[in-house]
Structures are given as C-alpha cells and as structure tokens.
Design a protein around this ligand. Sequence first.
Ligand SMILES: [Zn+2]
Ligand SMILES: [Zn+2]
Length: 325
Amino acid sequence: MKILIKRIGFLISVIVFLSMTMMGCDRNNNENPESIYNDFITENVIIVVIDGPRFSESWGDSTYANIPRTKNDLSPIGVINASFYNNGVTYTNNGHSALTTGNYQEIDNTGLETPYFPSLFQYWRHAKSASKNKSWVITSKDKLHVLSNCIYPGWNGKHSPAINCGIGEDGSGGYRHDSITYNRTMDILSSHHPNLTLINFREPDYSGHKNDWAGYIQGIKDTDEYIYKIWSFIENDPIYSGKTTLIVTNDHGRHLDGVENGFISHGCDCLGCKKINFLAIGPDFKENVVFDNPREITDISATVAHLLNFQMPTSNGSIMHELFK
Ligand SMILES: [Zn+2]
Ligand SMILES: [Zn+2]
C-alpha cells in the first residue's frame, strides 16, 4: 500500500511536470538558457559513487581513520560538503538515478526498471553530438546498467552512454569485485578518455549486508584508496590533467545504530540512511573548504550540467554555485 501511494505520488509529479512543460514553464527558472555563459576550465567530469558508507564511518568520523586519502590527500585540494543528503528513497538504484537524472524516483532496486527522466549522460551526448564511447557508466553492480537509459518520451534508447556493468560487463551476471571495476575503469579512461563518466564501487555496501563489520570498514578504506588512485591517474594523464573534475559521493548511508539492523542495512529515512558524503576536486573548484549548507544528491547533475555547459530541463536539482572558485 505504501509503495502504491508513492507510485501514485510519482505519477502525479510526472503529470504536473508535463503540464508545466506544455505551459512553457521552465523548471530551472533560475537559469535562463540564453544567458548562460561559461568560462570554466573543466572539460571532463568523473563521478565516483561509493555504495553505502555511513557518514559516521567516513567524513563524520573526526579521526578520519577509514578515509586517510580523502582527509590527507584529496580534501586539501578540493571542496567538501558535510551536509549532503539523499532525500529520496535510500536504496542503490534510487540513489544513483536521483544523481543521474536530478529527480527522486520510486524505481525498482533490482535493475528491472530504467529511470523515468533522461540522464546527464543522454543530455550531454545530445548537446555535444558526442560519440557513445565519450560517456561511460562503469559499475560493480550489474543492476546499475539501467542508468544508461530512460523511458521519457522521445529519449528512450537515445544518446545512451557506453556501459561496463557487473560480471557480464553488459549489465548481467551479478556483482563483481571492485578491483575488477577499478581495472576496467583504468582501461576505459586510458583508451577512450571519456568526457563524462560515472563509476560505482559495490563496497562497503556489499560487506555491510553480510553483517561483516571488518569487511565493511575495509570496504571504506579500499574505496578511499581507489579514488586516490583515480585522481592520481587524472593528474598524470596528459589529456585529463588540469582539465578534469572528480566528484565523489555515495548513493545512501546506512541505518543509525539502534535503527533496525544498524550498519547491516539501509533504505529508510533515518539520518544514517540519508546523510552522504560529497567531495569535488578540479580546476574550477575551491580548495581546502568544507561547506555545511544543506545540499542533496539531485544537485550533482545540475552542477555538472552547468560546469560542462549543457541543459537538463527535466532536472529538479540546483546548481551548487558555492563550490566554484
Ligand atoms: Zn545495500
Ligand atoms: Zn535508516
């Protein structure tokens, strides 16, 4: 019944949106498309989504014991927002699709349903007439292949990014180890130099669900190391260096201790599930700054669209102007 009510709510929001579009209202009414002038240096954006670390074991831990790379190597050259939230459904496909489309959606979490609205990949490819291998979705979880498509009228099956998802690489075969995803990422970045890429690591969510606290903590440490290695690659690559932005976030947190099963699971609207991490590094971003103004996961694609100078007319997100130099 609860799901039915949420689905009806989503349908109503779609109908309201479509009628607003027909009446000529622009959702992004704070941005006049004609007036956009962009002198950003960024030509490439790489978004890394770490699956399911809780804030209290990552940036919210004042010892930063599990994220030494983020604390010591990355945050001094980037900008953090310590009040960042997934305000929608706190499951994997919901969090990822909120990021990529700028809309919260009650989407199936097993990979059976594509997002309703077009993604930033589709809008970017369309705006830039870019070939498919210039935009990639690379994920440990096979079910996240749905991020490459949408069912929005006129956009279904169009301008989709290339994918490398799960064991089968085509969105089938189950979850693969993050070390494989890291290696595939390095292969794809070095051979294609895509301009717009999203990477998902399955840890620490994978070990959390197994009730494996040590594995969960190790998953946070391992992904911290992967993002450092990705940034080091960017800095040392002649095509990417100086022109590339790295954004690191997560799709959801986990229950607070004392809520249901604590770190083992997630999916409710407790603060532990909603509060996520946000870090951005690149030539257009402030350095060594920590913001505390509330922002949310739907703001990421709006900010990337602003940075790369394309429109996302169906996005509900806001541009995070405060992050820029
Ligand atoms: Zn999970
Ligand atoms: Zn919760």
